[in-house]
Design a protein around this ligand. Structure first.
Ligand code: DUC
Ligand code: ZN
Ligand code: ZN
Ligand code: ZN
Length: 484
C-alpha cells in the first residue's frame, strides 16, 4: 500500500520546496506535484522533514547499580512521538566482558523497538580480545563507532594508553571513536573532597564536574585522536571550554565533531539549587547543566557549524532510583530523559527564536549525524530511494510538556511545564505511520537494525605531526661510555 504526503513544504538540510512525497515499500519512491497514493496524509501548513536521529541514548542500560528505566519499547515510542525515527544506543560491555557478548545482549533488548536503531560499541576495558573483536564488530556487525568514557573511574573509565590503543585500532578499521570527555581522576578527587566537607546533596554534583574537567579532557582526546590519525566525535559537549577545544581543532583542519544535548541548551545550573531534593536529583546527569554563558556558546556553535548534532543522552531513572543517592550525591544514578522532547524543544528555542533556520534544524537533528555515521542518504534525507523515515511537522501546534502525558516510563519530566510550539502531525517509520495527529499508533518490533559501513574516505585526521616528527635515527661519530 502506498502513502502520499500532500500539500506540505519539504524542508531538508539544504533546500525548502513545495512538493508531495510518495512512499511505498518503506521507501520514498517519488517527489513532485500532484502525486496520488492508496492513502493520503494531509500536510497543509506543515513541513515534511527527515525524521530525527538521536545519536545518543541509553535504553535499559545497567548503570550505577540499577538499569535505566526506558527500554527499547518505551524509548522508541517516546522517540517517534516527538518526531525522532532512529536512535543510536550504546552497547556497553561490563568489565572483562567481550564485545560480541555484550552485543548479543543489546540484540536481545532491541527486538521490541518501534523505530530503526543502530549501536555504538563502548570500549570499557582493553585486552587482546577487545582488539580482535573490534574487527568483527566493524566488519561483520556493521558497527563503526566506538565510545570511550574518560570519566567514571573504577567503572567505565579507560586510561590514556588504552584510549590511544583503541583510537589507533579505529583508524585501522575505518571506525570513528567517540568520547565522554571529563577528567575522571579530577572528578573522583573533587567528589571525595566535597563529601568529606559534608556536601552530600545533589547540588554538589555540579561542583564535582566543573567546565575545566570537560575542557581538559576534550582537548586531550582531540590530541590523542590526532596522534592516532583518526577523526573524533565528542558526545554531550556542555561548556565553552570543550566547545573552544573543538572549534580550534576544526580550524586546524581536524575532523572533530561536537554534540550538545537539548538539556544543556535549555536548562541551567539553577536547577540544582532547587530546595526540593527530588527536583535537583532528577536533573543530575554528567556533564551537569551549566550557566547562560555556556548555553550561549552551544547555541552559537550550532548556528556557526562548530557543533554538529543535537542529542539527548536519554538515560531515564525514576525518582525512586534517584533516591539511591540520598546522603551521597555520587550514588544518584546519572541521567535524564529527553527523547520525546528533543525536536519540539529545539524547534521552540532554536527556530522559534531565530537562532536556527528550519534547514539548520534538520541538519543538526538528522542529516549531519547520518553523514558522520555513514548511513546517509538512507537516513537523514528526503530523496527518492531513501527510507521513508519522515516527520510531518506542524509549526503551529502547541503543548505544555508534562510527565502525565509522556511516553517515557518515568514519573517526571525535566521539561515539566514548558510550552513548546512545533510538534509532529504525523511520524512515519519506514513508511509506516507511527504517530497520527498526536496519537501513537506504532508497532512494537517494527524497528530494524541499521548496519553501517566503515568510511575510509573521511577517516584521516589532517595532522602534520607524523611527517614532521617521523623518527629519524642520527648516525653519531661517538657514543660516550655509560655514566654510571
Ligand atoms: N551521563 C549521564 O548522565 N548518564 C549516562 C551516562 C553519562 O555519561
Ligand atoms: Zn557520557
Ligand atoms: Zn520540582
Ligand atoms: Zn551517554
Amino acid at each position: 500500500m502506498s502513502t502520499v504526503i500532500k500539500n506540505g513544504t519539504i524542508v531538508t538540510a539544504d533546500l525548502t520546496c513545495k512538493a508531495d512525497v510518495l512512499v511505498d515499500g518503506g521507501k520514498i519512491v517519488e517527489i513532485g506535484p500532484d502525486l496520488k497514493g492508496d492513502e493520503t496524509l494531509d500536510a497543509t501548513g506543515c513541513y515534511v522533514m527527515p525524521g530525527g536521529i538521536d545519536p545518543h541514548t541509553h535504553l535499559e542500560m545497567p548503570f550505577m547499580g540499577t538499569y535505566s528505566s526506558d527500554d527499547f519499547e518505551s524509548g522508541t515510542r517516546a522517540a517517534l512521538s516527538g518526531g525522532t525515527t532512529m536512535v543510536v544506543d550504546f552497547a556497553l560491555p561490563s568489565p572483562e566482558q567481550g564485545l560480541l557478548d555484550a552485543l548479543q545482549m543489546w540484540d536481545n533488548k532491541s527486538t521490541r523497538a518501534h523505530c530503526d536503531y543502530s549501536f555504538h560499541m563502548a570500549i570499557t576495558w582493553w585486552s587482546e580480545q577487545v582488539f580482535n573483536e573490534m574487527q568483527t564488530v566493524v566488519q561483520e556487525r556493521g558497527i563503526t563507532s566506538f565510545k570511550h568514557f574518560m570519566a567514571y573511574k573504577g567503572a567505565l573509565m579507560v586510561n590514556d594508553d588504552e584510549m590511544y590503543a583503541s583510537f589507533k585500532r579505529c583508524s585501522e578499521l575505518g571506525a570513528i571513536p567517540l568520547v565522554h570527555a571529563e577528567n575522571g581522576d579530577v572528578v573522583a578527587e573533587l567528589q571525595r573532597k566535597l563529601l568529606e566537607e559534608g556536601n552530600n546533596g545533589p547540588e554538589a554534583h555540579a561542583y564535582s564536574r566543573p567546565p575545566e574537567v570537560e575542557g581538559e579532557a576534550t582537548n586531550r582526546a582531540i590530541m590523542i585522536a590526532d596522534m592516532a590519525g583518526v577523526p573524533l566525535y565528542v558526545v554531550h559537549v556542555s561548556c565553552e571550554e570543550a566547545h573552544e577545544a573543538i572549534r580550534r581543532a576544526r580550524m586546524l583542519g581536524k575532523r572533530v565533531w561536537g554534540e550538545p544535548l537539548i538539556q544543556h541548551l535549555t536548562l541551567d545550573e539553577s536547577e540544582y539549587a532547587h530546595p526540593d531534593w527530588d527536583h535537583a536529583a532528577r536533573r543530575v546527569m554528567s556533564p551537569p547543566f551549566r550557566n547562560q554563558k555556556h548555553q550561549d556558546s552551544l547555541w552559537n556553535g550550532l548556528a556557526s557549524g562548530s557543533l554538529s548534532c543535537v542529542a539527548t543522552d536519554h538515560c531515564a531513572f525514576t525518582t525512586e532510583q534517584k533516591r539511591y543517592g540520598v546522603g551521597d550525591f555520587t550514588k544518584i544514578p546519572n541521567g535524564t530523559g529527553g527523547l520525546e522532547d528533543r525536536l519540539p524543544m529545539l524547534w521552540t528555542h532554536g527556530v522559534g527564536t531565530g537562532r536556527l533556520t528550519p534547514n539548520e534544524f534538520v541538519a543538526v537533528t538528522s542529516t549531519n549525524i547520518a553523514k558522520i555515521l555513514n548511513c546517509y542518504p538512507r537516513k537523514g534525507a528526503v530523496l527518492v530511494g531513501a527510507d521513508a523515515d519522515l516527520v510531518v511537522w506542524d509549526p503551529e501546534k502547541e503543548k505544555t510538556i508534562s510527565a502525565a502525558s509522556q511516553q517515557s516510563a518515568i514519573d517526571y519530566n525535566v521539561f515539566e511545564g514548558k510550552t513548546v510550539k512545533g510538534l509532529p502531525r504525523f511520524t512515519l517509520t519506514r513508511g509506516r505511520v507511527a504517530v497520527n495527529d498526536g496519537e501513537f499508533v506504532g508497532q512494537e518490533g517494527h524497528g530494524e537494525f541499521v548496519r553501517r559501513e566503515p568510511n575510509g574516505a573521511v577517516n584521516k585526521a589532517l595532522s602534520s605531526w607524523k611527517e614532521l616528527t617521523a623518527p629519524r635515527k642520527v648516525e653519531r661519530t661517538g657514543i660516550p661510555a655509560s655514566g654510571v
